[in-house]
Each structure stands twice: as structure tokens, then as C-alpha cells.
Ligand binder design. Structure first.
Ligand code: DX5
Ligand code: ZN
Length: 223
């Protein structure tokens, strides 16, 4: 049994991105980054919404078994409605759709109807105002700090004002909504993201290439 998905509590959540795992030994690669982590982040790409293809729901049970942690699914797909059911069935605890994708409002209702947590993500160029009408339905708001599609890109510091504004909007809403930042997170950019108000960090390449991932996560937790 995977543990329940946590609620925001003021504690920083650290989310390893499966995209950066070593797929020749997925289990040990994920086990290596799961100590001191909170949940796994599963990047789903369809080759249309982003210029890359990753994996489908089949990865989720493997991720749950390997790390013993819950998983969020970040759907970077044109038509999320098609994938919500399969990812819920596969065991994702939270599903994040993009505000720019087809039928975002209906997709949030679909996720909720399945009893899962719902997230909404914004590409770097999409203003925060696109997500605000949905804040009452959200359990997580994801601010992309790289163009979605690939791991290992540089953090866009120009997104920090958007993170600050998102934190203020969440505070005004009075609701328990995670503010997740995804893309280019390392020890330095993590501090900047947290200072701007993020309380959940996705970490891909920097974590999987760390000599001691558990120590890296422990260090990040002290931010
Ligand atoms: C990018 C993905 C990210 C990516 C993060 O489209 O959404 O989750 O895996 O990887 P790093 O931390 O390497 O930028
Ligand atoms: Zn992601």
C-alpha cells in the first residue's frame, strides 16, 4: 500500500521526477531517490502538447512499488480527458492538467469525480490569471520554470514573480493548495523558488545525478 497523499502543512515537499531515472534499472534508480522524498512526479508527454513522448499509465504501478511513495501525474498532453481515467486506475494520487490543454474545467471535474486530487499547471508564457478561476477546485498549482517537454533545462528566474503572485492568491483563497515548481531545480534555484513561496519542488536531473540523493534532499529540506 502506498501512503496517502499529503496535505500542505508548511513543510517543503520534495518530488523526484521519474523522467530523469535510469530506465535500465528503474527500481533501484527510484529507490535511490525516494529516501527523504515526499512523492514521485510522473511526466506524461504525448508528442503534441510538447515536442517529446515519455510514458503512459503503465509506469505508475512500477513507480509506486519502487519508491513506496504516492505519485502525481503531470499530463503534458493535448487531450487530458483521454488519460485521466487510465492514470487514476494505474494508481496516481493526484493528476495535474495544463490550463492550456483541451477542456481544462471538465478535466478538473473528471479528476475530482474519481476521488483524486487535482492540479493545474501553467506554461512559462501563460499568465497566472488563467488558473485563478479554478483555484477553488485545485489541490495543487504548478508553475513551470522551464518550457515543458524535457528534463535538464535551465531554471527561468523570470518566473519567480509569478510564483510570488501564486502564493499570494493561494493565501487569499484560504484553501490548502500546494504550490509546486517544476524545471531546473537544484540547491540554488530551490532556495529562490521557496523564498518566492513554493512549497513543493520537482527535482529531476540534479537529484538523479547527485552522488548522494538522500543527502541532497535532506539539505533541501532545511531551506
Ligand atoms: C519538464 C518536466 C519536468 C522535468 C524536470 O517538462 O515537467 O518535471 O522532468 O526535470 P529537471 O529537474 O531536470 O528540470
Ligand atoms: Zn513535470
Amino acid at each position: 500500500m502506498t501512503p496517502a497523499f499529503p496535505l500542505p502543512s508548511g513543510r517543503l515537499a520534495l518530488c523526484p521526477s521519474v523522467l530523469s531515472a535510469d530506465f535500465s534499472c528503474l527500481k533501484s534508480s527510484l529507490a535511490r531517490v525516494s529516501k527523504n522524498a515526499d512523492w514521485m512526479h510522473v511526466d506524461v508527454m504525448d508528442g503534441r502538447f510538447v515536442p517529446n513522448i515519455s510514458f503512459g499509465p503503465v509506469i505508475v504501478p512500477a513507480v509506486l512499488r519502487a519508491g513506496g511513495l504516492p505519485a502525481d501525474s503531470h499530463l503534458m498532453v493535448e487531450n487530458p480527458a483521454m488519460f485521466i481515467g487510465p492514470f487514476a486506475k494505474a494508481g496516481a494520487s493526484l493528476i495535474t492538467i495544463h490550463a492550456e490543454a483541451r477542456g481544462a474545467a471538465a478535466c478538473l471535474r473528471q479528476i475530482k469525480a474519481l476521488g483524486l486530487r487535482a492540479g493545474m499547471s501553467l506554461r512559462p508564457k501563460t499568465p497566472l490569471s488563467r488558473a485563478l478561476p479554478y483555484l477553488r477546485q485545485l489541490d495543487l498549482l504548478l508553475i513551470m520554470t522551464v518550457e515543458p517537454g524535457f528534463g535538464g533545462q535551465a531554471f527561468m528566474a523570470e518566473m519567480l514573480p509569478k510564483v510570488r503572485a501564486a502564493r499570494a492568491a493561494i493565501a487569499r483563497s484560504g484553501r490548502p493548495v500546494w504550490l509546486q515548481v517544476d524545471g531546473g531545480i537544484n540547491a540554488e534555484t530551490a532556495a529562490a523558488a521557496v523564498a518566492a513561496g513554493a512549497d513543493a519542488l520537482v527535482i529531476g536531473s540534479a537529484l538523479f545525478s547527485a552522488r548522494n540523493p538522500a543527502a541532497m534532499l535532506k539539505g533541501l529540506r532545511k531551506i
